[in-house]
Design a binder for this molecule. Structure first.
Ligand code: MN
Length: 496
């Protein structure tokens, strides 16, 4: 879907000249072994590239500057095998613009009890060398990821892998182009926001094209390419009878395919990886893009309904982060509740646009009327999302800052048939419980639109918030409303 192997993280080991040539040779050799191990480690989806050991302020400054401009470098991993006096790092860290993971590890897992001597002690000093390095990052108020443990240990590799996914996603977000077809839905507050502040904070650019620009591209799509796409629909989904060739609504399926082809061409030509549309602005279009948006999401594009550009950018960001992992990520909306006290649930869905990457089983391709928008009936994919842990993520604009909000949820299987509900859906229980989870979300100003993820965790979103220095609010098993109220108040003064 999205090729992560073209990205790399640099493995940078700090030391100093005090130890002499032989020790420095060993430092370099050990660093290279660790970097190569991490490069080959299956869970880490990007390249880990060894860089020569840095021993002076000038070398440190140079490697940080080099990392800033290297087109495929998404971050650096630092490790102090020996002691690297941290004032040497000030100038380099002050200019570093890429995310940093501080790996607090040691080349030897165990202390060699019977052989340990002062040569060993001289070489294996990260227990204090990394503390010196940690101090300067704390003193400079720099956000970073800290991973502690022996470098071959699976959970250490997993943590590096998770962070490297976030580093790639952050890199993508910094360069992302989001296109909006039409404005935000009239009068809606949470999907609006400051696009200038968003570009300054995250790097993404968000710009509008009139719907006519898109319609012009859609109208250029050839009958042959529509035929080909309809074959793909037939091969991938179960089509309802009226949509099959000769069926009463076959022409609507052709219209839907034409919209998908046009949208895809527009996004590719413009270098856009995320977009929004709105049912209030479809002038010249036959139907609201349903299956088109669903399939574009499945291919990794960000999407937000009703002009929701923040959620669209987050859908794309999280799809990059999760690339290659089993499970999916989708645009989502908290739609309606099951308030049965025995089994309270949220039914998540949208008018049309839920990504089939989260589907349990083969989706059906259906056509039904849409109550709003005043256009022809749109074609859409209908399916259930499976049971399992998931998160809902919302990015909101608080005026003086952006807030990332996460709610951990437990999805449950959709066991009822729902014969009259013609949209894809997911069912979940919010953590820590229905009443607290929903109250906490509303208290924090979380949107009705979210990114629903089956394969990312709160930790991924936490790393993303740290990389961009934005507020993170987590609603999980430990959430207590009174504590959360205080946390929000304290954050208000922190971000003032
Ligand atoms: Mn919506």
């Amino acid at each position: 879907m999205i090729d992560l192997k073209k990205y790399e993280v640099w493995f940078v080991t700090g030391s100093q000249h005090l130890y002499g040539e032989e020790t420095l040779r060993q430092v370099a050799e050990h660093s290279q072994i660790i970097a190569e191990f991490l490069d080959k480690a299956a869970p880490i989806p990007i390249r880990v590239v060894f860089k020569p050991v840095v021993k002076t302020p000038d070398e440190i400054y140079a490697i940080c500057q080099e990392a800033n401009v290297a087109p495929n470098c998404v971050g650096i991993i630092t490790w102090m095998h020996t002691f690297s006096p941290a004032k040497m790092w000030i100038r380099g860290l002050a200019v570093l613009q890429k995310p940093l993971l501080h790996l607090h590890t040691q080349f030897n897992r165990d202390i060699p009890w019977s052989n340990i001597d002062m040569d060993f002690m001289n070489l294996n000093q990260s227990a204090h060398g990394d503390r010196e390095f940690g101090f300067i990052m704390a003193r400079m108020r720099l956000n970073r990821k800290i991973v502690v443990g022996f470098w071959q240990q699976p959970d250490v590799v997993e943590k590096i892998a998770a962070w490297s996914r976030v580093a790639v996603a952050a890199f993508e977000l910094k360069n992302m182009k989001v296109v909006r077809f039409g404005d935000n839905m009239r009068q809606v507050a949470v999907t609006d926001g400051d696009k200038v502040a968003a570009e300054m904070t995250f790097g993404m650019s968000v710009n509008t094209h009139g719907i006519g620009d898109l319609v012009a591209v859609i109208n250029q799509m050839s009958d042959a390419s529509i035929d080909q796409l309809i074959t793909e629909y037939n091969d991938t989904y179960t089509l309802m009878n009226s949509l099959r060739k000769g069926g009463a609504q076959y022409s609507s399926l052709r219209d839907a395919a034409k919209i998908e082809l046009g949208l895809r061409a527009f996004l590719e030509d413009g270098g856009f990886s995320a977009y929004t549309d709105t049912f209030e602005d479809l002038h010249g279009m036959t139907q609201l893009p349903g299956i088109a948006s669903q399939r574009l999401m499945a291919d990794g594009y960000g999407f937000g309904g009703e002009g929701d550009w923040k959620t669209s950018a987050m859908v794309r960001t999280m799809k990059v982060m999760a690339s290659g992992l089993p499970g999916g990520n989708s645009f989502m909306e908290d739609y309606t509740y099951h308030f049965n006290p025995e089994n309270p649930l949220v039914l998540g869905s949208h008018m049309l646009e839920i990504c089939p990457s989260i589907a349990a089983g083969k989706p059906t391709c259906e056509i039904h009327p849409l109550g709003i928008g005043g256009k022809a009936d749109p074609v859409r994919l209908v399916f259930n999302a499976p049971a399992g842990p998931a998160i809902n993520v919302s990015l909101i604009d608080m005026g003086n800052r952006f807030r990332l909000l996460v709610n951990e949820v437990e999805a449950v299987a959709v066991s009822e048939a729902l014969p009259k509900l013609p949209v894809a859906r997911a069912l979940w229980k919010p953590m820590p419980d229905m009443q607290t989870g929903c109250a906490a979300w509303i208290l924090a100003g979380g949107a009705h639109h979210t990114v629903y993820s089956q394969n990312l965790t709160t930790s991924h979103v936490e790393d993303l918030a740290d990389i961009f220095g934005v507020e993170l609010v987590v609603i999980d098993r430990d959430t207590n409303l009174r504590q959360l109220k205080n946390e929000l108040r304290w954050s208000e003064s922190y971000y003032r």
